[in-house]
Design a binder for this molecule. Structure first.
Ligand SMILES: C[S@@+](CC[C@H](N)C(=O)[O-])C[C@H]1O[C@@H](n2cnc3c(N)ncnc32)[C@H](O)[C@@H]1O
Length: 267
């Protein structure tokens, strides 16, 4: 697992993803962008197939976790690394359940991603256009939004792909208003030894074959288990969040501990 290193002030310096062959942050971002551009057409099918549709449940549970904010008539919500839009649309559906559909009053639901083909699929899914829901091309490390403008920022299976976790958390903290909430949904290795072994077998031996064959990009589905292996375990991510401007950091593991939802409040 990738660990953070100490800076001269003793503060932890957080790493970022480094796909095979990327030697710096710029190359890492470029490679991640190209990889998701290649797999965008098959992304949804593979997501549901490879997770036996658990991914839908995880997004619904994430939306429920923030039901209090989504029920507000003026909620301003940002889903980062939104991909094909499934989490943002789950958040909007949760809002409708509370009698406060996304288009009601001054609610604003924004999905942001830096891969246009992913956004194009997201746009198609939300037709006929749900008022108040928009998708925007943006890099999570330099967001084109004013400071303190959002009540909730979420990201599902996206944060791990950022080329610089520190800049990512800093940008999220910047666009959240004080008291606003952050939710990060990510894969993690189960704590139970047997389950962890099964998980690794599936992720490294089964998933790259199926993902590679269907998407035509073996590299993308080899990158997935590698990036999960290098990503910090939940306790470490919680620590990073605390040192990056968040309080009340909590996490819960779901589905035998293979995913974790971190939540926190912007200080
Ligand atoms: C594994 S997908 C997750 C998509 C979606 N959130 C979901 O739940 O299916 C990761 C997404 O993160 C996006 N991404 C990675 N780095 C990004 C960055 N720096 N800025 C914006 N989007 C980024 C990719 O383009 C991709 O769509």
């Amino acid at each position: 697992m990738e660990t953070s290193s100490k800076s001269t002030e003793g503060r932890e310096v957080l790493p970022g993803t480094r796909p095979e062959g990327a030697s710096n942050e710029h190359e890492a971002g470029q490679q991640v962008r190209e990889m998701f551009t290649r797999i965008a057409p098959q992304y949804d099918f593979l997501n549901h197939f490879l997770s036996a549709s658990f991914d839908r449940l995880w997004r619904r549970k994430t939306a429920k976790r923030f039901a209090d904010i989504l029920a507000r008539p003026d909620a301003q919500v940002l889903d980062l690394c939104c991909g094909t839009g499934d989490l943002l649309l789950a958040l909007a559906r949760q809002a409708s359940k509370s009698g406060q559909p996304a288009g009601a009053s001054s609610k604003r639901y924004v999905g942001a991603d830096f891969v246009l083909p992913m956004l194009a699929i997201a746009e198609r899914k939300q037709r006929p256009n749900r008022a108040g829901v928009t998708f925007v091309a943006a890099d999570a490390l330099v967001l084109p939004f004013r400071s303190a403008g959002f009540d909730l920022v979420t990201t599902a299976f996206g944060f791990r792909n950022l080329a610089n976790y520190e800049s990512g958390l800093r940008e999220i903290a910047r666009v959240l208003r004080p008291g606003g909430k952050l939710g990060i949904l990510e894969f993690c290795e189960p704590e139970n030894g047997l389950l962890a072994a099964l998980y690794r077998f599936y992720f490294t031996r089964v998933l790259p074959h199926i993902g590679g064959a269907v998407s035509g990009s073996r590299e993308a589905y080899t990158y997935l288990p590698n990036s999960v292996r290098k990503f910090p375990q939940p306790k470490m991510l919680a620590k990073w969040m605390e040192q990056s401007g968040f309080r009340d950091v909590e996490f819960e593991r779901w589905t035998c501990g293979i995913v974790a939802l971190h939540s926190a409040v912007r200080r």
